[in-house]
Ligand binder design. Structure first.
Ligand code: FMN
Length: 468
Protein backbone atom coordinates (compact mmCIF):
# COMPACT_ATOMS: atom_id res chain seq x y z
CA UNK A 1 0.00 0.00 0.00
CA UNK A 2 1.33 3.44 -0.83
CA UNK A 3 1.19 5.80 2.10
CA UNK A 4 2.04 9.12 0.50
CA UNK A 5 -0.08 11.85 2.08
CA UNK A 6 -2.80 12.85 -0.37
CA UNK A 7 -2.16 16.11 -2.10
CA UNK A 8 -4.98 18.58 -2.22
CA UNK A 9 -6.43 17.64 -5.57
CA UNK A 10 -8.84 20.06 -7.09
CA UNK A 11 -11.70 18.60 -9.12
CA UNK A 12 -10.37 20.31 -12.23
CA UNK A 13 -7.28 18.11 -12.16
CA UNK A 14 -9.35 14.93 -12.16
CA UNK A 15 -11.67 15.74 -15.04
CA UNK A 16 -10.79 14.47 -18.49
CA UNK A 17 -11.02 17.21 -21.12
CA UNK A 18 -13.41 16.47 -23.98
CA UNK A 19 -11.63 15.51 -27.20
CA UNK A 20 -14.18 16.95 -29.57
CA UNK A 21 -17.34 19.05 -29.37
CA UNK A 22 -20.35 16.87 -28.61
CA UNK A 23 -23.89 17.16 -29.86
CA UNK A 24 -25.90 18.82 -27.12
CA UNK A 25 -28.44 16.38 -25.66
CA UNK A 26 -31.51 17.17 -23.60
CA UNK A 27 -31.43 15.58 -20.15
CA UNK A 28 -34.41 14.83 -17.95
CA UNK A 29 -34.32 13.96 -14.28
CA UNK A 30 -37.47 12.78 -12.50
CA UNK A 31 -37.75 14.39 -9.06
CA UNK A 32 -39.82 11.82 -7.18
CA UNK A 33 -41.50 12.69 -3.93
CA UNK A 34 -43.56 9.55 -3.60
CA UNK A 35 -47.06 11.05 -3.20
CA UNK A 36 -46.15 13.99 -5.46
CA UNK A 37 -44.47 17.34 -4.96
CA UNK A 38 -47.42 19.35 -3.74
CA UNK A 39 -48.30 19.16 -0.08
CA UNK A 40 -51.86 18.04 -0.70
CA UNK A 41 -50.87 15.41 -3.28
CA UNK A 42 -51.45 12.52 -0.89
CA UNK A 43 -55.15 13.47 -0.79
CA UNK A 44 -55.61 13.13 -4.54
CA UNK A 45 -58.02 10.27 -5.35
CA UNK A 46 -55.43 8.56 -7.59
CA UNK A 47 -52.56 8.86 -5.08
CA UNK A 48 -51.18 6.11 -2.88
CA UNK A 49 -51.63 7.98 0.42
CA UNK A 50 -48.90 5.88 2.11
CA UNK A 51 -46.54 6.35 -0.85
CA UNK A 52 -43.56 7.46 1.28
CA UNK A 53 -43.18 3.94 2.69
CA UNK A 54 -44.86 1.94 -0.06
CA UNK A 55 -42.02 0.22 -1.90
CA UNK A 56 -44.24 -1.29 -4.60
CA UNK A 57 -45.54 2.17 -5.46
CA UNK A 58 -42.03 3.67 -5.60
CA UNK A 59 -40.76 0.80 -7.76
CA UNK A 60 -43.62 1.41 -10.20
CA UNK A 61 -42.70 5.12 -10.41
CA UNK A 62 -39.05 4.23 -11.05
CA UNK A 63 -40.00 1.75 -13.77
CA UNK A 64 -42.29 4.25 -15.47
CA UNK A 65 -39.46 6.79 -15.51
CA UNK A 66 -37.09 4.16 -16.89
CA UNK A 67 -39.49 3.12 -19.67
CA UNK A 68 -39.68 6.81 -20.63
CA UNK A 69 -35.83 6.93 -20.66
CA UNK A 70 -35.36 9.64 -18.07
CA UNK A 71 -31.67 10.02 -17.28
CA UNK A 72 -32.29 9.55 -13.58
CA UNK A 73 -34.73 9.57 -10.71
CA UNK A 74 -33.98 11.69 -7.68
CA UNK A 75 -35.04 11.65 -4.03
CA UNK A 76 -34.80 14.67 -1.73
CA UNK A 77 -34.20 14.33 2.00
CA UNK A 78 -34.34 16.06 5.35
CA UNK A 79 -32.82 14.62 8.50
CA UNK A 80 -35.69 15.67 10.70
CA UNK A 81 -39.24 16.89 10.71
CA UNK A 82 -39.35 20.67 10.27
CA UNK A 83 -40.96 22.57 13.11
CA UNK A 84 -44.53 23.48 12.45
CA UNK A 85 -47.78 23.88 14.23
CA UNK A 86 -49.39 20.48 14.92
CA UNK A 87 -52.43 21.68 12.98
CA UNK A 88 -50.17 21.94 9.95
CA UNK A 89 -47.94 18.92 10.51
CA UNK A 90 -50.82 16.51 10.76
CA UNK A 91 -51.99 17.53 7.30
CA UNK A 92 -48.80 16.98 5.27
CA UNK A 93 -47.15 13.83 4.03
CA UNK A 94 -43.79 14.63 2.55
CA UNK A 95 -41.87 15.58 5.64
CA UNK A 96 -43.28 13.08 8.07
CA UNK A 97 -42.72 9.69 6.58
CA UNK A 98 -40.58 8.44 3.75
CA UNK A 99 -37.77 5.98 3.16
CA UNK A 100 -34.21 7.06 3.87
CA UNK A 101 -33.12 7.68 0.26
CA UNK A 102 -29.80 5.81 0.05
CA UNK A 103 -31.49 2.69 1.41
CA UNK A 104 -34.24 3.21 -1.13
CA UNK A 105 -31.73 3.47 -4.00
CA UNK A 106 -30.29 0.08 -3.09
CA UNK A 107 -33.75 -1.45 -3.45
CA UNK A 108 -34.47 0.42 -6.69
CA UNK A 109 -31.11 -0.62 -8.14
CA UNK A 110 -32.32 -4.20 -8.24
CA UNK A 111 -35.76 -3.29 -9.60
CA UNK A 112 -34.40 -1.26 -12.56
CA UNK A 113 -31.52 -1.72 -14.97
CA UNK A 114 -30.68 1.47 -16.87
CA UNK A 115 -31.97 4.58 -15.12
CA UNK A 116 -29.70 6.70 -12.90
CA UNK A 117 -30.41 6.73 -9.15
CA UNK A 118 -29.75 9.95 -7.23
CA UNK A 119 -30.19 10.43 -3.48
CA UNK A 120 -29.73 13.44 -1.24
CA UNK A 121 -27.27 13.25 1.63
CA UNK A 122 -26.11 16.01 3.94
CA UNK A 123 -22.50 17.11 4.35
CA UNK A 124 -23.41 18.91 7.56
CA UNK A 125 -24.86 15.93 9.43
CA UNK A 126 -22.80 13.01 8.15
CA UNK A 127 -19.18 11.90 8.15
CA UNK A 128 -17.42 11.58 4.78
CA UNK A 129 -16.27 8.00 5.33
CA UNK A 130 -19.87 6.84 5.77
CA UNK A 131 -21.15 8.57 2.65
CA UNK A 132 -18.18 7.55 0.51
CA UNK A 133 -18.87 3.94 1.43
CA UNK A 134 -22.64 4.19 0.93
CA UNK A 135 -22.49 5.79 -2.52
CA UNK A 136 -19.64 3.51 -3.66
CA UNK A 137 -21.81 0.56 -2.62
CA UNK A 138 -24.84 1.86 -4.51
CA UNK A 139 -22.68 2.47 -7.57
CA UNK A 140 -21.51 -1.15 -7.45
CA UNK A 141 -24.98 -2.55 -6.74
CA UNK A 142 -26.48 -0.58 -9.63
CA UNK A 143 -23.66 -1.13 -12.13
CA UNK A 144 -22.63 2.53 -12.25
CA UNK A 145 -25.92 4.40 -11.91
CA UNK A 146 -25.47 6.24 -8.59
CA UNK A 147 -25.63 9.97 -8.00
CA UNK A 148 -25.28 12.03 -4.83
CA UNK A 149 -27.18 15.27 -4.30
CA UNK A 150 -24.70 16.97 -2.00
CA UNK A 151 -26.62 19.30 0.33
CA UNK A 152 -25.70 21.25 3.42
CA UNK A 153 -29.18 20.73 5.01
CA UNK A 154 -31.74 23.34 5.73
CA UNK A 155 -33.09 23.89 9.21
CA UNK A 156 -32.75 23.99 13.00
CA UNK A 157 -34.97 20.93 13.43
CA UNK A 158 -32.30 18.92 11.63
CA UNK A 159 -29.48 20.45 13.71
CA UNK A 160 -31.27 19.43 16.90
CA UNK A 161 -31.00 15.78 15.94
CA UNK A 162 -27.22 16.09 15.87
CA UNK A 163 -26.29 17.75 19.15
CA UNK A 164 -26.75 21.37 18.06
CA UNK A 165 -29.33 24.00 19.00
CA UNK A 166 -29.24 25.80 15.68
CA UNK A 167 -28.43 24.95 12.11
CA UNK A 168 -24.78 25.56 11.21
CA UNK A 169 -24.08 28.96 9.65
CA UNK A 170 -24.58 29.09 5.86
CA UNK A 171 -20.95 29.92 4.94
CA UNK A 172 -19.45 27.48 7.43
CA UNK A 173 -21.70 24.73 6.05
CA UNK A 174 -20.42 25.32 2.55
CA UNK A 175 -16.80 25.37 3.77
CA UNK A 176 -17.35 21.98 5.40
CA UNK A 177 -19.14 20.74 2.25
CA UNK A 178 -16.13 21.56 0.04
CA UNK A 179 -13.77 19.67 2.35
CA UNK A 180 -16.30 16.84 2.68
CA UNK A 181 -16.33 16.50 -1.12
CA UNK A 182 -12.52 16.38 -1.24
CA UNK A 183 -12.43 13.63 1.37
CA UNK A 184 -15.19 11.54 -0.23
CA UNK A 185 -13.69 11.72 -3.71
CA UNK A 186 -10.25 10.97 -2.23
CA UNK A 187 -11.63 7.89 -0.50
CA UNK A 188 -13.27 6.66 -3.72
CA UNK A 189 -9.77 6.54 -5.23
CA UNK A 190 -8.43 4.28 -2.46
CA UNK A 191 -8.07 1.30 -4.77
CA UNK A 192 -6.92 1.73 -8.36
CA UNK A 193 -9.41 0.47 -10.93
CA UNK A 194 -7.30 -2.59 -11.62
CA UNK A 195 -6.26 -3.30 -8.02
CA UNK A 196 -8.25 -6.51 -7.62
CA UNK A 197 -6.68 -9.63 -9.11
CA UNK A 198 -8.88 -12.33 -7.57
CA UNK A 199 -6.22 -14.79 -8.69
CA UNK A 200 -7.33 -18.09 -7.19
CA UNK A 201 -4.29 -19.95 -8.54
CA UNK A 202 -1.60 -17.76 -6.98
CA UNK A 203 -3.70 -16.80 -3.98
CA UNK A 204 -3.23 -13.09 -4.68
CA UNK A 205 -6.47 -11.24 -4.00
CA UNK A 206 -5.34 -7.73 -4.83
CA UNK A 207 -2.21 -5.81 -5.75
CA UNK A 208 -1.19 -4.02 -2.59
CA UNK A 209 0.76 -1.38 -4.53
CA UNK A 210 -2.59 -0.22 -5.94
CA UNK A 211 -4.14 0.64 -2.61
CA UNK A 212 -3.67 4.21 -1.37
CA UNK A 213 -4.19 5.80 1.99
CA UNK A 214 -5.72 9.26 1.96
CA UNK A 215 -4.16 10.74 5.11
CA UNK A 216 -6.42 13.78 4.95
CA UNK A 217 -5.86 16.44 7.63
CA UNK A 218 -8.09 19.49 7.21
CA UNK A 219 -10.03 22.11 9.14
CA UNK A 220 -13.10 19.89 9.49
CA UNK A 221 -11.95 16.30 8.97
CA UNK A 222 -9.11 13.95 9.75
CA UNK A 223 -9.50 10.83 7.67
CA UNK A 224 -6.75 8.30 7.15
CA UNK A 225 -8.46 5.85 4.80
CA UNK A 226 -8.35 3.82 2.71
CA UNK A 227 -12.00 3.12 1.95
CA UNK A 228 -12.99 -0.53 2.28
CA UNK A 229 -14.59 -1.01 -1.14
CA UNK A 230 -13.24 -1.07 -4.72
CA UNK A 231 -13.31 2.11 -6.79
CA UNK A 232 -16.91 2.82 -7.95
CA UNK A 233 -17.76 1.70 -11.51
CA UNK A 234 -18.23 5.35 -12.51
CA UNK A 235 -14.94 6.26 -10.84
CA UNK A 236 -16.96 8.84 -9.04
CA UNK A 237 -20.76 8.66 -8.66
CA UNK A 238 -22.43 11.68 -10.29
CA UNK A 239 -22.32 14.74 -8.02
CA UNK A 240 -25.41 16.96 -7.93
CA UNK A 241 -25.48 20.37 -6.24
CA UNK A 242 -28.60 22.47 -5.75
CA UNK A 243 -27.62 25.61 -3.86
CA UNK A 244 -27.93 28.80 -5.87
CA UNK A 245 -26.52 31.39 -3.43
CA UNK A 246 -23.15 32.88 -4.41
CA UNK A 247 -21.33 30.30 -2.28
CA UNK A 248 -23.60 27.56 -3.58
CA UNK A 249 -22.83 28.48 -7.19
CA UNK A 250 -19.09 28.51 -6.52
CA UNK A 251 -19.27 25.05 -5.00
CA UNK A 252 -21.38 23.81 -7.91
CA UNK A 253 -18.92 25.24 -10.44
CA UNK A 254 -16.05 23.50 -8.67
CA UNK A 255 -17.53 20.07 -7.98
CA UNK A 256 -20.93 19.41 -9.56
CA UNK A 257 -21.65 17.25 -12.57
CA UNK A 258 -25.32 18.24 -12.42
CA UNK A 259 -26.85 21.43 -11.01
CA UNK A 260 -30.48 21.58 -9.90
CA UNK A 261 -31.81 25.09 -9.91
CA UNK A 262 -35.00 27.08 -10.17
CA UNK A 263 -35.84 30.15 -12.28
CA UNK A 264 -39.08 31.99 -12.86
CA UNK A 265 -38.26 33.09 -16.42
CA UNK A 266 -36.10 32.09 -19.37
CA UNK A 267 -34.20 35.39 -19.12
CA UNK A 268 -33.19 34.63 -15.51
CA UNK A 269 -32.37 31.04 -16.38
CA UNK A 270 -30.08 32.23 -19.20
CA UNK A 271 -28.20 34.56 -16.85
CA UNK A 272 -27.72 31.75 -14.31
CA UNK A 273 -26.71 29.27 -17.00
CA UNK A 274 -24.09 31.55 -18.54
CA UNK A 275 -22.80 32.56 -15.12
CA UNK A 276 -22.46 28.99 -13.87
CA UNK A 277 -20.72 27.81 -17.05
CA UNK A 278 -18.33 30.77 -16.79
CA UNK A 279 -17.58 29.90 -13.15
CA UNK A 280 -16.92 26.28 -14.17
CA UNK A 281 -14.54 27.47 -16.91
CA UNK A 282 -12.78 29.75 -14.40
CA UNK A 283 -12.40 26.73 -12.10
CA UNK A 284 -10.53 24.97 -14.92
CA UNK A 285 -13.40 22.71 -15.98
CA UNK A 286 -15.10 22.04 -19.30
CA UNK A 287 -18.42 23.90 -18.97
CA UNK A 288 -20.16 21.23 -21.07
CA UNK A 289 -19.44 18.83 -18.23
CA UNK A 290 -21.70 20.71 -15.83
CA UNK A 291 -25.31 19.83 -16.68
CA UNK A 292 -27.73 22.57 -15.61
CA UNK A 293 -31.27 21.37 -14.87
CA UNK A 294 -33.86 23.93 -13.71
CA UNK A 295 -37.01 22.64 -12.04
CA UNK A 296 -40.12 22.18 -14.18
CA UNK A 297 -43.45 21.04 -12.77
CA UNK A 298 -46.00 20.05 -15.37
CA UNK A 299 -49.70 19.43 -15.44
CA UNK A 300 -50.62 18.11 -18.88
CA UNK A 301 -54.00 17.86 -20.54
CA UNK A 302 -55.16 17.10 -24.05
CA UNK A 303 -56.49 20.66 -23.95
CA UNK A 304 -55.44 23.62 -21.82
CA UNK A 305 -58.85 23.57 -20.11
CA UNK A 306 -58.38 19.93 -19.11
CA UNK A 307 -54.93 20.68 -17.68
CA UNK A 308 -56.22 23.73 -15.74
CA UNK A 309 -59.02 21.63 -14.33
CA UNK A 310 -56.55 19.01 -13.09
CA UNK A 311 -54.50 21.65 -11.27
CA UNK A 312 -57.59 23.31 -9.80
CA UNK A 313 -58.76 20.03 -8.36
CA UNK A 314 -55.37 19.54 -6.70
CA UNK A 315 -55.25 23.10 -5.37
CA UNK A 316 -58.65 22.70 -3.71
CA UNK A 317 -57.18 19.89 -1.58
CA UNK A 318 -54.60 22.21 0.02
CA UNK A 319 -55.54 23.58 3.45
CA UNK A 320 -54.73 27.34 3.63
CA UNK A 321 -52.91 26.81 6.96
CA UNK A 322 -50.55 24.37 5.26
CA UNK A 323 -49.94 26.78 2.40
CA UNK A 324 -49.10 29.57 4.85
CA UNK A 325 -46.77 27.35 6.88
CA UNK A 326 -44.98 26.21 3.73
CA UNK A 327 -44.51 29.80 2.64
CA UNK A 328 -43.11 30.72 6.08
CA UNK A 329 -40.74 27.75 5.92
CA UNK A 330 -39.27 28.68 2.55
CA UNK A 331 -38.88 32.28 3.65
CA UNK A 332 -36.43 31.04 6.28
CA UNK A 333 -38.69 29.94 9.13
CA UNK A 334 -40.37 33.29 9.86
CA UNK A 335 -43.60 33.63 11.81
CA UNK A 336 -46.00 35.03 9.22
CA UNK A 337 -48.97 34.84 11.57
CA UNK A 338 -47.47 37.84 13.40
CA UNK A 339 -48.22 39.96 10.29
CA UNK A 340 -51.54 40.91 8.67
CA UNK A 341 -52.32 38.30 6.02
CA UNK A 342 -53.82 40.93 3.74
CA UNK A 343 -50.74 43.11 3.95
CA UNK A 344 -47.43 42.88 2.08
CA UNK A 345 -44.54 40.64 3.06
CA UNK A 346 -42.50 42.32 5.80
CA UNK A 347 -38.77 42.98 5.44
CA UNK A 348 -37.07 39.71 6.33
CA UNK A 349 -33.66 38.82 7.72
CA UNK A 350 -31.40 36.85 5.35
CA UNK A 351 -32.38 33.18 5.58
CA UNK A 352 -29.93 30.68 7.06
CA UNK A 353 -31.81 27.95 5.16
CA UNK A 354 -32.00 28.43 1.41
CA UNK A 355 -31.10 31.97 0.44
CA UNK A 356 -32.02 31.38 -3.19
CA UNK A 357 -35.49 30.06 -2.31
CA UNK A 358 -36.10 33.08 -0.08
CA UNK A 359 -35.00 35.48 -2.81
CA UNK A 360 -37.30 33.90 -5.41
CA UNK A 361 -40.35 34.24 -3.19
CA UNK A 362 -39.61 37.79 -2.10
CA UNK A 363 -38.99 38.85 -5.72
CA UNK A 364 -42.26 37.27 -6.76
CA UNK A 365 -44.24 38.98 -4.01
CA UNK A 366 -42.74 42.38 -4.75
CA UNK A 367 -43.10 42.07 -8.53
CA UNK A 368 -46.75 41.05 -8.30
CA UNK A 369 -47.61 43.39 -5.40
CA UNK A 370 -48.92 40.28 -3.60
CA UNK A 371 -50.21 40.10 -0.05
CA UNK A 372 -49.11 37.26 2.21
CA UNK A 373 -52.48 35.52 1.69
CA UNK A 374 -52.25 35.81 -2.12
CA UNK A 375 -48.69 34.55 -2.12
CA UNK A 376 -49.61 31.49 -0.05
CA UNK A 377 -52.60 30.79 -2.29
CA UNK A 378 -50.32 30.69 -5.32
CA UNK A 379 -48.04 28.03 -3.94
CA UNK A 380 -49.42 25.22 -6.08
CA UNK A 381 -48.86 27.39 -9.11
CA UNK A 382 -45.28 28.37 -8.41
CA UNK A 383 -43.00 29.69 -11.08
CA UNK A 384 -41.77 26.20 -12.00
CA UNK A 385 -45.25 25.07 -12.95
CA UNK A 386 -46.29 24.87 -16.60
CA UNK A 387 -49.89 23.88 -17.24
CA UNK A 388 -50.71 22.99 -20.82
CA UNK A 389 -50.91 20.56 -23.69
CA UNK A 390 -48.09 18.23 -24.75
CA UNK A 391 -47.23 20.67 -27.55
CA UNK A 392 -47.13 23.77 -25.34
CA UNK A 393 -45.03 22.02 -22.70
CA UNK A 394 -42.65 20.72 -25.39
CA UNK A 395 -42.45 24.30 -26.72
CA UNK A 396 -41.39 25.48 -23.26
CA UNK A 397 -38.74 22.75 -22.95
CA UNK A 398 -37.42 23.40 -26.44
CA UNK A 399 -37.26 27.16 -25.94
CA UNK A 400 -35.30 26.90 -22.69
CA UNK A 401 -32.99 24.19 -24.05
CA UNK A 402 -32.22 25.85 -27.37
CA UNK A 403 -32.07 29.27 -25.72
CA UNK A 404 -29.36 27.95 -23.35
CA UNK A 405 -31.31 28.49 -20.18
CA UNK A 406 -31.12 24.75 -19.50
CA UNK A 407 -29.37 21.54 -20.51
CA UNK A 408 -32.59 19.77 -19.59
CA UNK A 409 -34.96 19.75 -16.65
CA UNK A 410 -35.44 18.44 -13.17
CA UNK A 411 -39.05 17.40 -13.75
CA UNK A 412 -41.24 17.81 -10.69
CA UNK A 413 -44.54 15.92 -10.44
CA UNK A 414 -47.33 17.78 -8.64
CA UNK A 415 -49.18 14.53 -7.85
CA UNK A 416 -48.30 10.92 -8.56
CA UNK A 417 -48.56 8.70 -10.42
CA UNK A 418 -50.76 10.72 -12.82
CA UNK A 419 -48.47 13.62 -13.70
CA UNK A 420 -45.53 11.25 -14.33
CA UNK A 421 -47.70 8.98 -16.49
CA UNK A 422 -48.94 12.02 -18.43
CA UNK A 423 -45.43 13.35 -18.93
CA UNK A 424 -44.18 9.94 -20.06
CA UNK A 425 -47.02 9.18 -22.46
CA UNK A 426 -47.86 12.65 -23.77
CA UNK A 427 -44.88 15.00 -23.47
CA UNK A 428 -41.93 12.67 -24.10
CA UNK A 429 -43.32 11.35 -27.42
CA UNK A 430 -43.76 14.96 -28.53
CA UNK A 431 -40.13 15.72 -27.58
CA UNK A 432 -39.03 12.67 -29.59
CA UNK A 433 -41.05 13.76 -32.60
CA UNK A 434 -39.07 16.99 -32.49
CA UNK A 435 -35.77 15.07 -32.29
CA UNK A 436 -35.11 16.49 -28.83
CA UNK A 437 -35.07 13.42 -26.62
CA UNK A 438 -33.55 9.94 -26.77
CA UNK A 439 -35.55 6.88 -27.79
CA UNK A 440 -33.04 4.56 -26.10
CA UNK A 441 -30.35 4.86 -23.46
CA UNK A 442 -27.00 5.36 -25.14
CA UNK A 443 -24.89 4.33 -22.17
CA UNK A 444 -24.81 1.83 -19.33
CA UNK A 445 -23.84 4.23 -16.57
CA UNK A 446 -25.44 7.47 -15.46
CA UNK A 447 -22.28 9.36 -16.44
CA UNK A 448 -22.46 7.90 -19.94
CA UNK A 449 -26.10 8.86 -20.36
CA UNK A 450 -25.33 12.37 -19.14
CA UNK A 451 -22.45 12.60 -21.63
CA UNK A 452 -19.90 12.95 -18.83
CA UNK A 453 -16.43 11.37 -18.81
CA UNK A 454 -15.35 8.87 -16.17
CA UNK A 455 -12.88 10.72 -13.91
CA UNK A 456 -9.51 9.02 -13.64
CA UNK A 457 -8.19 8.22 -10.19
CA UNK A 458 -5.99 10.93 -8.70
CA UNK A 459 -3.33 8.21 -8.41
CA UNK A 460 -3.56 7.01 -11.98
CA UNK A 461 -0.34 6.87 -13.92
CA UNK A 462 0.57 4.56 -16.76
CA UNK A 463 2.34 2.13 -14.42
CA UNK A 464 2.83 -1.45 -15.57
CA UNK A 465 1.27 -3.98 -13.23
CA UNK A 466 3.72 -5.69 -10.86
CA UNK A 467 4.17 -9.38 -11.71
CA UNK A 468 2.39 -11.76 -9.41
C1 FMN B 1 -34.30 20.98 -6.72
C2 FMN B 1 -33.70 21.16 -5.37
C3 FMN B 1 -33.70 20.09 -4.49
C4 FMN B 1 -33.17 20.22 -3.21
N1 FMN B 1 -33.22 19.15 -2.37
C5 FMN B 1 -32.76 19.28 -1.11
C6 FMN B 1 -32.89 18.22 -0.19
O1 FMN B 1 -33.40 17.16 -0.51
N2 FMN B 1 -32.42 18.40 1.07
C7 FMN B 1 -31.83 19.55 1.48
O2 FMN B 1 -31.42 19.64 2.63
N3 FMN B 1 -31.72 20.61 0.61
C8 FMN B 1 -32.18 20.49 -0.63
N4 FMN B 1 -32.10 21.54 -1.50
C9 FMN B 1 -31.47 22.76 -1.00
C10 FMN B 1 -30.10 23.05 -1.58
O3 FMN B 1 -29.32 21.96 -1.87
C11 FMN B 1 -29.28 24.05 -0.78
O4 FMN B 1 -28.63 23.45 0.32
C12 FMN B 1 -30.11 25.17 -0.28
O5 FMN B 1 -30.85 25.70 -1.38
C13 FMN B 1 -29.25 26.26 0.36
O6 FMN B 1 -28.38 26.72 -0.55
P1 FMN B 1 -28.37 28.18 -1.14
O7 FMN B 1 -28.56 29.13 0.01
O8 FMN B 1 -27.01 28.18 -1.74
O9 FMN B 1 -29.47 28.26 -2.17
C14 FMN B 1 -32.63 21.46 -2.79
C15 FMN B 1 -32.64 22.54 -3.68
C16 FMN B 1 -33.17 22.40 -4.95
C17 FMN B 1 -33.16 23.58 -5.89
Amino acid sequence: MTATPAETVTPAETVTPADAPRRRELHLNAFLKPPGEYLAAWRHPHAAPDAGVNIRHVIELARTAERAKFDAIFFADLVGVPFADQEVLRRVSVVNDSFEPTTLLAALATATSRIGLIATASTTYNEPYHLARTFASIDHISGGRAGWNLVTSLNDAEAQNFGLDQHVDHELRYERAAEFFAVVTGLWDSFDDDAFLYDQKTGRYFDETRLHRLDHRGAHFRVTGPLNIPRPPQGRPVIVQAGSSETGKNLAAAVADVVFTHHPSLAEAQVFYADLKARARAAGRDPDEVVVLPGLATVVGRTLAEAEDKLDRLTRLLDPRVALADLAYWLGGVDLTAHPLDGPLPELPLSNQSQSAQRHIVDRARAGGLTIRQLAAQLTRDSRTVVGTPASIADHIQEWFEGRGADGFNVVFPYLPDTLDDFATLVIPELRRRGLFRAEYSGRTLRENLGLPRPPSRWSTARPRTRS
